[in-house]
Design a protein around this ligand. Structure first.
Ligand code: NDP
Length: 322
């Protein structure tokens, strides 16, 4: 089978198209014939070695497809089931062996591409606004990189809750998308100071929560725009990692809350995984969540996909097709 392997960490050129044997399932695993694989920023971190993965490895951790084989102990799925998953490495490939308890069945009305586009970014947007900081109607959220993969989904979910959304993006094209997704206010944060703008837009009161995936370039100013006891949900570092931080700053800025959440802790049990994926699939089926899947690449063009993602050229979801 064709797969994208990393033998040594590095830039996009570290990803090689190779031929590997189709994996055989362990007793608790199912083999998935992959139809679409999601590209996520975490793949960049894994490729670069920012997150350490034993070498060599097949990149990617989000996909949808059909079960082609199951191990002897598998009860959750059967051969022929349409499934999707995330948080298991090896999805940039034609087949992957995945722990069966990490697979969810894809309901009718949700296509393979939609399912692949939902698992990581959709469930992330869901836990951020429903569990990390459960947004309420009438509250105000600042959402950074609002036209990105997680960003566009988070804006829609926050809008559906009835929150007021202040969104940051780098270009007018991205501003249009964020607005269409439900953002009430847009700040072009590459041109204007989002701290001053957010204070102005909230009449000096500050926002209830900041959802920050950008990290290094936004974190500190984000703390300055929170209301007393507001929450900073720092869930990524697309611009780089936030430097070491003294918690006394949280006191000085108004008894703030800081969390650095990760999807894994919000889908720990199979029940929670099924509930969260099911909730997002339902939003898609009911037309409450629109996916933007404009950037679709053949597996062999993975290097271009990563260059586009890292180069801030993309909006919404990137997929690799096998
Ligand atoms: P995005 O589609 O959001 O792409 C990244 C965006 O970040 C860019 O489009 C760009 O938007 C913005 N950005 C700002 N500064 C930079 C920079 N210096 N370099 C590159 N991009 C920059 O990616 P994803 O939706 O896949 O992921 C977003 C972030 O969320 C990542 O950091 C990822 O690791 C994290 N994440 C965390 C999860 C968790 O559970 N903790 C789960 C999923 C994702 P603009 O041009 O508008 O500034």
């Amino acid at each position: 089978m064709k797969a994208i392997q990393v033998k040594q960490p590095g830039g996009p050129e570290a990803m090689e198209l190779v031929d590997l044997p189709v994996p055989q399932p362990k007793p608790n695993e199912a083999v998935v014939k992959i139809h679409a694989s999601g590209v996520n920023f975490i793949d960049v971190y894994n490729r670069e070695g920012r997150y350490k993965v034993p070498l060599p490895f097949v990149l990617g951790q989000e996909a949808a497809g059909v079960v082609s084989a199951v191990g002897s102990e598998v009860r959750e799925v059967a051969v022929g089931d349409r499934v999707a998953y995330t948080m298991a490495l090896g999805s940039y490939a034609e087949y992957a062996a995945v722990p069966a308890d990490r697979l969810v069945k894809v309901p009718s009305g949700v296509g393979d591409r939609e399912a692949a586009a939902t698992m990581l970014q959709g469930m992330t947007a869901h836990y951020l606004c429903h569990d990390t900081y459960p947004l309420k109607k009438g509250e105000t959220a600042l959402i950074h990189a609002a036209a990105g993969g997680v960003g566009l989904l988070l804006v829609q979910m926050a809008h559906n809750i009835g929150a007021r959304i202040i969104a940051t993006v780098s270009t007018e094209e991205k501003a249009k998308l964020a607005r269409e997704a439900g953002a009430d206010e847009i700040i072009l944060y590459a041109e204007s100071d989002f701290e001053a703008e957010t204070k102005r837009l909230t009449g000096g009161k500050g926002v209830d929560v900041v959802y920050d995936s950008v990290g290094k370039t936004t974190f500190e100013k984000g703390l300055n725009v929170l209301r007393p006891r507001g929450m900073m949900a720092l869930y990524g570092g697309s611009s780089g990692a936030v430097p070491p931080f003294d918690p006394i700053v949280l006191t000085q800025k108004g008894s703030l809350y800081l969390t650095r959440p990760s999807l894994g802790a919000y889908i720990m049990t199979r029940q929670e995984l099924e509930q969260r994926a099911g909730a997002v699939f339902t939003m898609i089926r009911e037309g409450k969540l629109k996916l933007r899947i404009e950037h679709v690449y053949p597996l062999a063009q993975v290097q271009q996909a990563h260059r586009d993602l890292e180069g801030r050229k993309t909006t919404g979801k990137l997929l690799l097709l096998t």
